[in-house]
Design a protein around this ligand. Structure first.
Ligand code: T4K
Length: 402
């Protein structure tokens, strides 16, 4: 850099944050507001607020078509959906999961006394590494939960082969992967069942919500009963059940969002391309890409930082971005095996998870979605560029100055 450039660059880290309002990762996508209000009025008029109402039935039907599956069962959130699905599949003992995921994945097992056994990931895909899965299988193993991290499908065929070889149940946590495809087929149609999250921060949201997709009639019937206390008829309960139902307001939000789904994808795709252009050529910074030929929702702008090459650590970059009101997130730091109750139960787990430990220190996510403007993206990337050019000492000052 020339002296002149560095003075301009330093001015980026001004006395006040670059952005006057906080730019969050996970800002919800919102469909047509008038349509939503009209649907909400309909719900109020009908006075049918939950328990498989009109909106929920319509949404289930539309999602089933969208995903190309036989059943799509709405749920109040993905965590309960994971719990119910694992239970309905008869998972018990030990189930193999990645540690590089949101803590809801292992919690959904541990909550019902099933032990999550953490498996390492492939450093390139960030998904569970099938080559490591077989090493984790014991006589107590009953299943595998693959997670499609960032909406990029995990090694579906390899996991299916391992499951078949060892007689295990295979399900997927597809919380990130609504609207994504694998070999031309929509995610939702793989394994025994796949679970989506429709949380506010997800690509497609119902405020809070989720769904289980499956082609298995028997499993679908069981899950439907389990999510409604086990009720088989008015006064007859056939299973131990819980309350996993989605309410009508959430279903209405989903119906309206579904109308705008193409626009959400397009905005995310455009944002991702802009980030790619703006960050290209930066040493030590890799933007997680979405390979051509499949559908993606492009919901996650994931950067991997190689501190040696970049000259600045991931944590310092995130600190600096926060000081500028860019609320980047360190998903999924520090790895589930370092969170309770797993850290205490499995203090040695880190030894078998080198790639998880490495990656969780290197990645962060940046804001995207319909609430982020192109101009914002340019400024965010400029901050990263300048941080790398100035080096750790000046960035530390920038991060600490407010
Ligand atoms: N499996 C996987 C792989 C998952 O990633 C998740 C959820 C699940 C399972 C379970 O799904 P659900 O049971 O939630 O359906 C957030 C979400 O709460 C969580 O749903 C999500 N993964 C996870 C990756 O992110 P936090 O603790 O980071 O949330 P919070 O409150 O810090 O919000 C995240 C960002 O979103 C902030 O920057 C603020 C912004 N935000 C959030 C909300 C709620 C908004 O702008 N508007 C909002 O309404 O977990």
């Amino acid at each position: 850099m020339t002296g002149k450039e560095s003075v301009q660059d330093l001015a980026l880290f001004g006395a006040a944050p670059l952005f006057t309002e906080k730019l969050h990762v996970g800002r919800p996508n919102l469909g047509n507001r008038d349509d939503l209000m009209a649907r909400i009025n309909g719900i109020l008029d009908r006075r049918w607020f939950t328990n498989d109402g009109e909106c929920a039935q319509e949404l289930e039907k539309k999602l089933t078509e969208f995903l190309g599956v036989k059943h799509c069962i709405l749920m109040c959130n993905a965590t309960i959906a994971l719990e119910i699905t694992a239970r309905a599949l008869g998972m018990k003992g030990e189930v193999i999961v990645p540690s590089f995921t949101f803590v809801a994945t292992p919690h959904s097992l541990q909550w019902q006394e099933i032990t999550p056994v953490f498996c390492d990931i492939d450093p390139w895909t960030h998904n569970i590494d099938p080559a490591r899965v077989e090493e984790m299988i014991t006589s107590r193993t009953t299943g595998i939960i693959g997670v499609h991290i960032w909406g990029r499908p995990c090694a579906i065929e390899a996991l299916a082969a391992i499951s078949a070889r060892h007689g295990l149940k295979l399900m997927f946590d597809a919380a990130h992967a609504f609207g994504c495809s694998h070999n031309g087929r929509m995610i939702g149609g793989f394994g025994c069942a796949e679970v989506f999250s429709f949380h506010a921060t997800k690509f497609f949201n119902t405020f809070e919500g989720g769904a289980v997709a499956t082609d298995d009639d028997e499993l679908a019937t069981k899950i439907r009963l389990m999510k409604n206390f086990g009720f088989k008829g008015y006064d007859s309960v056939g299973y131990l059940g819980t309350n996993g139902k989605m309410n009508e307001l959430s279903a209405a939000m989903g119906l309206v969002g579904l109308e705008s789904i193409d626009q959400f994808v397009e905005t995310n795709r455009r944002n991702h391309s802009r980030y790619r252009e703006d960050l290209s050529g930066l040493p030590g910074v890799t933007l997680v890409d979405y390979p051509a030929g499949e559908k993606y929702n492009y919901q996650y702008i994931v950067c991997e930082i190689d501190e040696k090459e970049a000259g600045v650590s991931r944590d310092l970059l995130v600190e600096m971005l926060h000081a500028e009101n860019v609320i980047a997130r360190r998903y999924f730091y520090p790895g589930c095996h370092k969170m309770e109750p797993y850290r205490t139960r499995f203090p040695q787990a880190g030894f078998t998870l080198p790639q998880t430990e490495r990656l969780s220190k290197r990645v962060f996510t940046l804001p995207t979605g319909t609430a982020v403007a192109m101009d914002d993206i340019d400024k965010i990337c400029q901050l990263v560029r300048v941080a790398l050019a100035l080096g750790p000492e000046l960035v530390k000052g920038a991060a600490a100055r407010l």
